[in-house]
Design a protein around this ligand. Structure first.
Ligand SMILES: [Zn+2]
Ligand SMILES: [Zn+2]
Length: 828
């Protein structure tokens, strides 16, 4: 009897595909195992077996599975597959999209097309090659082996080689083949061992005879015996790396190679764990203050009736200590913990603290990890029998957990939990709650400034609520000063980015031996370049945005697509040499600060200074060790970092946060300013730290609440606004994006969508509108918005949207084939 498998492929497709399981593979295949299957014309992909059955899938020809990997052991656990389905349904994407995002590419072997010279090819007039084709053939001839398209492009410098393959094939000049490419490479180290069996004294005597007269070789042989413990009878010899041997014997590589040539030693490779923890010895979770102990108790009590509990703790209240105790509790019960953090920025300080208590039970899942590192974590989690804690960024919700007991979401309000591009456009905080439910695990959300939606759910009893309102060690909350920049400018008290008041505040802190942070929500030097004669502003050729001037590279940069342009002083519109840069970004503020405080070392933290993996950690170390005393940065400086000696904070142009055109702007502004203010006065001396917030709109309600450290006041104000205008948490938002190269077609499709959706969803549909940035990377963007009842079935919504999309294709709506249509559920 034949068996059949439904296989999920890492492609943006909505269904699984049926394959027949060849007889010899049938006993070695399980749900969740990796298989290599043919798909399309000649391609091979790694898929995941979603289900197995003895019933043929239907009246069509099914292909056979080519290969079962990992001996058929499941690499995706059952609740995971169920979780992927939930994500696809809720976030309106395909299950293949989820698979693609969830599994590191190192686990997805794919076939690649390879090309080689045909041995029978002879050039003749009717088979003559174009100049391009000749170049390709030359390269293949020269290499004398099969090459991938990328190889050929590299060798010839040609682009789009793929397009020439067809004609070359027709002329009989080349042969193509598909080859499976494994991208994962384990980390290995070179080891060395004796070639004789353990305790073979005769042979060892011969070996020493053989190195007589070569003192260095003799020394190396002795060292190897010592290191491996070969002379001890009772234990197996230990593994010795060539590096360790070189060091112990004080010899160079050729000496060890000489031993190998004499057949005395041999080399081999050993796979090693990339994540070996070799930090400090572990200590117990710290003692809790009375307030913390009460909060811990309340969390446990809250979990009796609630799966999800919100821990609302002011900045510096010591949430991490509570987390440590909770993790201990869950690990002791033999279950796993997932600890979500918004960005790597947070992990450096936090991981060290968690590792100090839990040592190598901690696995870190970094957003800047290489794919190999991702595979290693994945495999380790599959192999690990002991409970562990994974600290990770949003994508760690996809790891193969099999026994989660607790999910902690730290800084739950942070918008980086939401993936905006590409699909799946999921929110890791919300998805983690669903994942936890599938495992029967509890969830703790932690924040000093909870998201309005979250606090609403806690207040109305859907989540439990525990507060921690005392700062650790009784550190005082900083004093917030609103500075009206319009007035300052009129008074002549502001000639740069910082007002005199802010400068005086920073001065005072520095004189006290403290540090200061300056926050500005713009990277680069100047956010605009403009012609002072005619007002012309250089914009990106592919995106509808003004360019930002970066002084370090003396270029204008598009922050949407990364394109760089030279800054031309001569205006292309009026031909006058009058183009100037205006406004402030981190680079320019850094320059101004360095000029004002010449003796004080300054560090800058933004996307440009933290691109490399260690960039972030280095800057944090520089500032927390006191090497730098002033820190300038974007949002990155607001996020949960613990600096003990910050006496002053300045927020430049806070209005840029408040005035973004979406319903969450007040919330985001309140959170960001409160969070950056929270970096000040943590555990420092008796004096109060001061936070200067520079704004032109001092009477905006957001600032009043920030000034008074009044989260609840802000929440009550904001929730009434949301209710009045039917925004989340009272409705669920779905943005529908339509992108097209042709602006007219983008408009037409958007209008057709609006019309069709209104007949189905009525006035829940708003738009279409042209978004503020209406073109990115040469694609015109149109947007529709749907406000859906919170309790509506997303599965149904997905089915309807899909049928509308298919309907447009079937009726041949003009431009739909080349349009990109996607949905963003719960946009951030
Ligand atoms: Zn001009
Ligand atoms: Zn651009």
């Amino acid at each position: 009897m034949s068996r059949y498998a439904e296989v999920l492929l890492p492609l943006p497709l909505h269904s699984t595909f049926s394959y027949e399981v060849p007889f010899d593979l049938a006993k070695n295949i399980t749900v969740g195992s990796r298989v290599v299957v043919p798909f399309g014309k000649k391609k091979y992909y790694t898929g995941i077996v979603k289900s197995l059955s003895d019933i043929p899938p239907g009246n069509f020809e099914v292909k056979e599975i080519g290969l079962v990997l990992d001996n058929g052991k499941a690499i995706v656990k059952r609740p995971q597959l169920q979780f992927w389905d939930w994500i696809a349904d809720y976030y309106l994407c395909s299950a293949g999209d989820v698979f693609k995002a969830a599994v590191p590419s190192g686990l997805k072997i794919e076939s690649e097309t390879f090309i080689e010279m045909s041995p029978d090819y002879e050039e003749s007039p009717e088979k003559s090659l174009s100049q391009r084709e000749a170049l390709i053939v030359q390269a293949l001839d020269h290499a004398a082996k099969r090459l991938s398209i990328a190889d050929i492009e590299k060798m010839t410098g040609l682009k789009g080689v793929g397009a020439s393959v067809g004609p070359l094939l027709q002329k009989g000049a080349v042969i193509i083949s598909e080859k499976l490419v494994e991208r994962y490479t384990p980390r290995r180290i070179r080891c060395v061992r004796l070639t004789c069996s353990h305790g073979d004294n005769d042979r060892i005597r011969d070996m020493f005879m053989a190195v007589k007269g070569a003192p260095k070789q003799e020394k190396a042989l002795l060292a190897l015996m010592e290191l491996s413990g070969s002379n001890r009878k009772d234990s197996e010899p230990a593994e010795v790396t060539t590096e360790a041997l070189r060091e112990r014997a004080e010899v160079s590589n050729p000496i060890i190679h000489a031993l190998a040539e004499k057949g005395i030693v041999e080399f081999y490779f050993k796979e090693i764990n990339r994540f070996k923890y070799d930090g400090l010895p572990t200590t117990a979770a710290p003692r809790l203050s009375e307030a913390q102990a009460i909060a811990l108790d309340n969390i446990h009590k809250s979990w009796i009736d609630h799966d999800v509990t919100l821990l609302h703790g002011v900045t510096s209240s010591g949430k991490t200590e509570l987390y440590q105790h909770l993790i201990q509790f869950v690990l002791d019960n033999g279950r796993q913990v997932l600890f979500l953090v918004p960005e790597i920025a947070l992990t450096t300080q936090l991981t060290t603290r968690i590792q100090k208590v839990f040592g190598d039970k901690v696995l870190v899942y970094h957003s800047k990890f290489s794919d190999n590192e991702r595979v290693d974590i994945w495999r380790r989690l599959l192999a690990e029998k002991d409970p562990c804690v994974v600290i990770g960024v949003r994508s760690s919700i996809f790891l193969p957990f099999d026994n989660l007991g607790l999910v902690i979401v730290d800084e739950e309000h942070d918008s980086s939990y939401k993936q905006t591009d590409p699909a799946p456009r999921y929110n890791a905080r919300d998805s983690a709650m669903v994942l936890a439910r599938m495992h029967g695990a509890k969830v703790l959300l932690g924040s000093a400034t909870p998201a309005v939606d979250t606090y609403y759910k806690a207040e109305t009893g859907k989540y439990g609520l525990v507060s921690l309102s005392e700062r650790f060690g009784n550190a005082q909350l900083p004093e917030i000063q609103l500075i009206n920049t319009t007035r300052e400018r009129q008074k002549g008290a502001m000639d740069g980015a910082l007002s005199s008041t802010a400068k005086a505040t920073i001065d005072k802190a520095l004189n006290n031996g403290e540090q200061a942070i300056v926050f500005i929500n713009r990277r680069g030097f100047s956010p605009v370049a403009v012609c002072s004669r005619c007002g012309y502003t250089p914009r990106c050729e592919c995106c509808d945005v003004a360019l930002t001037y970066h002084k370090a590279i003396d270029s204008l940069v598009c922050h949407y697509c990364g394109a760089k342009y030279p800054l031309q002083v001569t205006c292309p519109a009026c031909k006058e040499p009058a183009v100037r840069t205006e406004g402030y970004g981190t680079e320019r503020v850094e320059e101004e600060i360095a000029e004002t405080w010449k003796e004080i070392p300054v560090a800058r933290m933004d996307l440009d200074t933290t691109r490399c993996k260690e960039g972030h950690a280095g800057l944090i170390e520089e500032f927390s060790s006191g090497k730098a005393r002033l820190l300038v940065g974007t949002q990155m400086v607001t996020k949960g970092l613990d600096f003990e000696a910050v006496g002053a904070v300045a927020v430049i142009n806070a209005d840029a946060l408040v005035n973004t055109p979406d319903f969450r702007s007040s919330e985001r502004a309140f959170n960001t300013i409160s969070q950056v203010a929270g970096r000040a006065g943590r555990r420092s001396s008796g004096s109060k730290a001061v936070v200067c917030v520079q704004t032109r709109q001092t009477d905006s309600p957001v600032y009043k609440f920030v000034e008074a450290h009044d989260y609840l006041g802000f929440f009550n104000y904001e929730i009434s606004q949301r209710k009045q205008y039917s925004y989340p948490p009272f409705t669920r938002l779905i943005h529908i994006y339509i992108k097209h190269r042709d602006s007219r077609l983008a408009d037409e499709i958007a209008r057709a969508y609006a019309q069709r959706l209104r007949t189905l969803f009525g006035n829940r549909v708003l738009g279409p509108e042209v978004p503020q940035v209406s073109r990115i990377q040469s694609l015109y963007i149109r947007k529709l918005m749907m406000k859906i009842e919170v309790e509506a079935s997303m599965k149904k919504v997905r089915e309807i949207l899909r049928s509308v999309y298919i309907g447009f294709h079937e009726c041949g709506l003009s431009g739909i084939k080349s349009a990109i249509v996607y949905y963003d559920v719960d946009p951030c």
